[in-house]
Design a protein around this ligand. Structure first.
Ligand SMILES: *Cc1c(COP(=O)(O)O)cnc(C)c1O
Length: 324
């Protein structure tokens, strides 16, 4: 297998813990949790693993400035800003949304500022255009920009999750089913390639946060195949090899359904584990529903892969829904 340049940021391996009280509460499967909320970079999350490879690539390119994009409460942007600070890059974040609608500078947005990122505001529609313009301007001013891909999900970034699956197997954990939040598809593509490379035979179930299953399955399969190319491995994933559940999109990205807030409360009150209202809350609610539907059987060993996102609990926009 081809070695990829990598710097070390994350505290690895992240812990795997049992969740017996959650299992007892729902009379369900044997639950465990992989704590990628504890990767340690500025409140952690799944982007930290990807940044180990992306920062190495930026350094190899001689970059001086990291530029990336996301939503107002992007966890990816917050972790990128922290990695930039830690490795001596400037950071420009192109954020899509309206900060005044967000009840002030809270949560991830507050952390972006604290970490010293320059913020450029745009709208969802104009995001790619603005990003392009910001990149070109930085280049012309000699800032040597490196574009950190959306969600960190280039083949280089997403490869991190192939190695994350290897890490899990080396911890002696072989669940029947792994469940997690999937969005830009990098985490899932990496896990899917890790499954092929390191001999895991269980299911890898992505709960979609904001995309149709059809789109996400083909994106994940393509991205996975590109990761395999990068590692000099011959793997041919097809969209139908990828499990994506898109029945939990509800009212859309960042708008939690009551079941999702219930899931956040259930994890907190049975296990003392904090989820977030955007990603892991949706994934956990989906997982609990799939148990009820029998798609996940009650005798199974199920691992919930916590992908982080905790700061969003403190976003102004979620205070009412989390406290009522
Ligand atoms: C980005 C993110 C995800 C989705 O990961 P992808 O690799 O983009 O699919 C899931 N959970 C959290 C908390 C995230 O920040």
């Amino acid at each position: 297998m081809q070695q990829l340049p990598r710097i070390r940021i994350a505290q690895l391996p992240t812990p795997v813990e049992k969740m017996p009280r959650l299992a007892a509460a729902i009379g369900g499967p044997i639950f465990s949790i992989k704590r990628d909320d504890l990767t340690s970079l500025a409140f952690g999350g799944n982007k930290t693993r990807k940044l180990e490879f992306l920062i190495a690539e930026a350094q190899a390119n001689g970059a001086k400035t990291l530029i990336t994009t996301g939503a107002v409460q992007s966890n990816h942007c917050r972790q990128t800003a922290a990695a930039a600070a830690r490795f001596g890059f400037a950071c420009i974040l192109v954020l899509a949304g309206n900060p005044t609608l967000d009840q002030g500078v809270t949560a991830n947005l507050l952390l972006d500022q604290l970490l010293g990122a320059e913020i450029v505001w745009t709208t969802r529609q104009e995001r790619d255009q603005t990003l392009d313009a910001v990149f070109k301007e930085a280049w012309s001013k000699g800032k040597r920009p490196y574009l950190v891909p959306y969600g960190g999900s280039s083949p280089v970034g997403a490869a991190a999750y192939a190695f994350a699956l290897q890490e899990l197997l080396e911890q002696g954990v072989r669940p029947d089913t792994i469940v997690f939040a999937t969005s830009s598809g990098g985490t899932q593509a990496g896990l899917a390639i890790g499954k092929e490379l390191f001999g895991y035979s269980g299911r890898i179930m992505g709960i979609s946060i904001d995309e149709s299953a059809t789109d996400l399955k083909s994106r994940v399969a393509n991205l996975g195949n590109q990761i395999a190319d990068l590692l000099n491995e011959k793997i041919n994933l097809k969209p139908d090899d990828i499990l994506v559940y898109d029945q939990y999109l509800g009212k859309g990205y960042g708008i939690p359904a009551p079941e999702e807030i219930d899931a956040v409360r259930l994890f907190a009150r049975t296990e003392g584990i904090l989820l977030d209202p955007v990603y892991t809350g949706r994934a956990a609610a989906g997982m609990l529903d799939l148990v009820r539907q029998g798609e996940i059987a009650s005798g199974e060993q199920v691992l919930f892969w916590h992908t982080g996102g905790n700061p969003a609990l403190f976003a102004g926009r979620y205070q009412d829904i989390l406290t009522e």
